[in-house]
Write a protein that binds this ligand. Structure first.
Ligand code: NAD
Length: 471
């Protein structure tokens, strides 16, 4: 029974399923699959009232085939070693799927952040960073954390500051963590990157008429009804960019309940309401659903789990009515649920591809930090002069005066524009390659998840084979 398997076992099950479509030696496949190293830290922290508590934290580096390793840090009561290893493995496959030259890692601290004050969270984060430094689990060329569930730019700023304090001479020290605030060497567009990447991915997947027809839908995102589980960083930003494509968010679920309106919810008003009231409960113009998990079973075109793993399971799968499942969260669909949904023709866009926008823009941030110069800074003004000169030449040659509209955006690309362009390009190209693999093996034989894993296995296996370890 796969129900009894741990999260890491379930990730490995997906790996094994894909590995059957490759012919690499068993030992090489085993080496790709295992977690290269993991560490459990326990340390004391003094609370504001003077009491001392013991904190449990982990960091796992799943694959050293590329360095540094990369992966978020989450704060949640569910954090344990198995979860962190599973999430680190997903990071390895995700980086390979979108051609980002990192190995996979993940970290976490077992806590509910609402139980702690801001200053307590700062002390915990700084002490956790100290443990990472001491055990060699952080560094621009070693292992580079980022935000994940329950963490944000603030924690990344504390991590950076602690690391800088401990390594004042290191020229590249600011590249030790990504997802930092802009003022602390972050990059434009990282905060929105995962949600934006989810929407770029959805747009690409939904552009194939024959695939949409199989799912019982028309191409494009316009008018598609969406149910969103989790309204944090990823969920909020997915809603923001989906609304630009005129998709209709009909339900938003949070940990303490869900709101539903079949005529659509204004995501910005919901966010403002939550900021003012601390909850989406009592949001006007919507029906309140007490149990947020019930939202997963609503009739909709696209269901976006953007909270935690193991949400679509053997228990609720037969009540899921969505036609597309867009895995913004990591590991939201269990293996049993996946099989049943695939048999029913539901289109599942897997986490290993769909939520890769975060690590993609983290990669850009890391590159920016290593080069110590913002993207676009050197070329922007030069490009603008070149565009203007070209338009001036056209006007002179034709005798026609271009209007402002016709001149369009003659400025050079700034950092935000370059980040968005790189992110879109990454999401579109990666899906096209995955889809090609799927077509090669037959769409009826393998799903998108298996095709993505096949791509990742090839990429990592090739990298090992070039080392001459596995002739
Ligand atoms: P977050 O902490 O910003 O937001 C998570 C939200 O989910 C919170 O608002 C929380 O209240 C809500 N939530 C918790 N339990 C819930 C439940 N049972 N039902 C509904 N809502 C619930 O975290 P995030 O960064 O948005 O991450 C969400 C998911 O996306 C995680 O699985 C994470 O691993 C994945 N992810 C995040 C990033 C990133 O860049 N932040 C990148 C890739 C993947």
């Amino acid at each position: 029974m796969t129900q009894d398997l741990s999260f890491f076992d379930k990730v490995n099950l997906n790996f094994d399923k894909a590995a059957r479509y490759t012919d690499y030696p068993k030992g090489l496949l085993e080496q790709i699959k295992v977690c290269n190293s993991s560490c459990h830290f326990t340390f004391p922290v003094k609370r504001d009232d003077g009491t001392i508590i013991t904190i449990h934290g982990w960091r796992a580096e799943h694959s050293h085939h590329n360095l540094p390793t990369k992966g978020g840090i989450r704060y949640s009561t569910l954090v344990n070693e198995d979860e962190i290893m599973a999430l680190a493995a997903l990071m390895t496959y995700k980086c390979a799927v979108v051609d980002i030259p990192f190995g996979g890692a993940k970290g976490g601290i077992q806590l509910d952040r609402s139980d702690y004050s801001e200053s307590e969270l700062e002390r915990i984060t700084r002490r956790y960073t100290y443990e990472l430094i001491q055990k060699n689990y952080i560094g621009p060329g070693i292992d580079v954390p980022a935000p994940d569930f329950g963490t944000s730019e603030q924690e990344m700023a504390w991590i950076l500051d602690t690391y800088l304090t401990m390594s004042p001479d290191k020229l590249d020290a600011i590249a030790c963590v990504t997802g930092k605030p802009i003022e602390q060497n972050g990059i434009q567009g990282r905060r929105e990157a995962t949600g934006r990447g989810v929407v770029f991915g959805l747009e690409e997947v939904c552009s194939y008429e024959e695939d949409m027809k199989r799912a019982g839908l028309s191409p494009g995102l316009r008018g598609k009804t969406v149910v969103l589980q989790g309204f944090g960083n990823v969920g909020y930003n997915a809603a923001k960019y989906l609304s630009e494509y005129e998709a209709e968010i009909i339900c938003i679920a949070e940990a303490d309940g869900a709101i539903y309106n079949p005529n659509g919810l204004d995501f910005e008003k919901v966010a403002t309401f939550r900021a003012e009231n601390g909850s989406i409960r009592h949001y006007p113009d919507a029906t309140f659903i007490e149990n947020p998990n019930d939202c997963l079973e609503l009739e909709c075109d696209i269901l976006i789990p953007a909270a935690l793993e193991n949400q679509l399971t053997a228990e609720n799968v037969n009540r899921i009515k969505a036609k597309i499942i867009a895995e913004a969260a990591n590991g939201p669909t269990t293996a049993e649920a996946n099989e049943i949904l695939q048999e029913r023709g539901v289109l599942i866009i897997p986490d290993t591809y769909l939520n890769a926008g975060g690590v993609t823009v983290s990669y850009f941030e890391w590159l920016r930090n290593l080069s110590h110069v913002g993207f676009g800074r050197l070329g922007r003004r030069y490009e603008e002069s070149a565009f203007n000169a070209m338009l001036h030449f056209i006007e002179q040659a034709t005798g026609y005066q271009l209007t402002d509209d016709e001149r369009g955006p003659v400025h050079g690309a700034d950092e935000q524009a370059l980040v968005n362009s790189g992110l879109q390009d990454t999401m579109v190209n990666a899906y096209q390659e995955i889809r090609e693999i799927q077509l090669e093996h037959g769409k009826d034989k393998i799903d998108i998840r298996t095709a993505a894993y096949i791509k990742a296995i090839h990429k990592i296996a090739q990298s090992y084979m070039q080392l001459g370890i596995f002739p």
